[in-house]
Design a protein around this ligand. Structure first.
Ligand code: TXA
Ligand code: MG
Length: 336
């Protein structure tokens, strides 16, 4: 593969972030497109680079819980003592693929909240992300590093192909760090109300969150918050999201009598024969290991999307545990 001049090392990335540039970097979930979360000009460049609607808020990445206390304003929580004790308990899951929503502290650019008053915070576990956060020594706002509404990137090449044309070789860059091991975006947990609420399922499951917090955790964006207007609850939970350009359908929705189009691709969660002959088949895991399925899912959707197919057929799994997050992403990919 030829090296793009956009690929930079961590030291250069820190300089670019300090000058207000945007830098893509690997996390354990997906690649993020980062900027200094204290600078409005830098944060606005994230929205412009992604083509992201200014109504969809960003996740702020930090190296430790201590920093979350610095950049969130827990005193404006519905109950600062309860929220602080939840954050203490969540140390069992952090660093890791979990983002929590808290009231925004005064130092962060208002643009990270997209017109609201709250911010999602995440402490990533990926060594490159941690190295970057430590060296930069500040909050990094970073949504997934794809063009808005497309599939999240799990490899540096995905970022380059989506955003290469929108990044400046002098001011921005991409840190290449191999494949993201988890493969789907973090779980998003709102701590704005007395009942914690999962706004986006992830590899950290509902069961794990209830166990660690020791209380009931609600699921879904309905009727959750009295502090934010309904439309703002989770803008990223718009039905259509993470979608390839090619039509995606679940294999379970195809009936034997259906006439399939000429060029069909299939993404399977286990190795088995199909009752038809697809143009391309990707078996994500020979034995339905859902962690392996999640790790390869987005790369498979991107690969089939580049083949000029008429239809991508995907497997499904039970929507519990990690399967809930996988099915959430696939339902969005297949929505039309
Ligand atoms: O794993 C991840 O979370 C990756 C890596 C880079 O950290 N980031 C990521 O960011 O997936 P993004 O922007 O693609 O997704 C963030 C989600 C969106 O659905 C957004 O609407 C929601 O979190 N979100 C962010 N801040 C929020 C807030 N204050 N209130 C409600 N939802 C929020
Ligand atoms: Mg995204």
């Amino acid at each position: 593969m030829d090296r793009s001049p956009l690929y930079i090392d961590t030291t250069t990335a820190v300089q670019r972030l300090k000058s207000g540039g945007v830098v893509a970097f690997p996390t354990e979930t997906v690649y993020g497109l980062g900027a200094d979360a204290r600078r409005s000009d830098a944060v606005r460049r994230i929205y412009a680079t992604k083509g992201r609607p200014s109504s969809n808020p960003l996740i702020v990445h930090l190296p430790s819980l201590k920093k979350v206390h610095e950049y969130a304003d827990i005193s404006r929580s519905f109950d600062p003592v309860v929220v602080s004790s939840w954050l203490e308990k969540l140390q069992h899951l952090w660093p890791g693929p979990l983002s929590v929503i808290l009231p925004r502290g005064a130092e962060l650019a208002p643009e990270v909240s997209a017109g609201g008053d709250s911010v999602a915070f995440r402490i990533p576990a990926h060594p490159v992300a941690r190295e970057l956060l430590t060296a930069f020594d500040g909050p990094i706002a970073a949504p997934s590093a794809n063009r808005s509404e497309y599939v999240s990137p799990t490899r540096a090449e995905h970022v380059l192909s989506d955003l290469g044309g929108y990044l400046s070789v002098e001011h921005d860059g991409i840190i290449s760090g191999g494949e993201c091991p988890v493969g789907i975006e973090s779980a998003v947990l709102s701590l704005l109300d007395a009942t914690p609420r999962i706004l986006r399922p992830g590899s950290i499951t509902h069961e794990q969150l209830e166990k660690v917090l020791g209380c009931a955790v609600a699921i879904g964006a309905q009727g959750a918050s009295t502090r934010e207007p309904q439309t703002f609850l989770s803008p990223g939970l718009l039905a259509k999201h993470y979608a390839p350009h090619t039509r995606v359908q679940f294999l379970t929705d195809i009936h034997p009598s259906n006439q399939l189009p000429a060029r069909v691709g299939a993404i399977l969660f286990s190795d088995r024969p199909l009752p038809f002959e697809p143009h391309t088949v990707i078996v994500l895991s020979p034995d339905s290991n859902l962690e392996v399925v999640a790790a390869g899912l987005f790369a498979a959707l991107r690969e089939l999307d580049s083949e000029g197919l008429d239809l991508i057929l995907v497997d499904s799994c039970e929507a519990t545990g990690l399967g809930a997050a996988i099915m959430d992403r696939l339902r969005r990919a297949s929505f039309r």
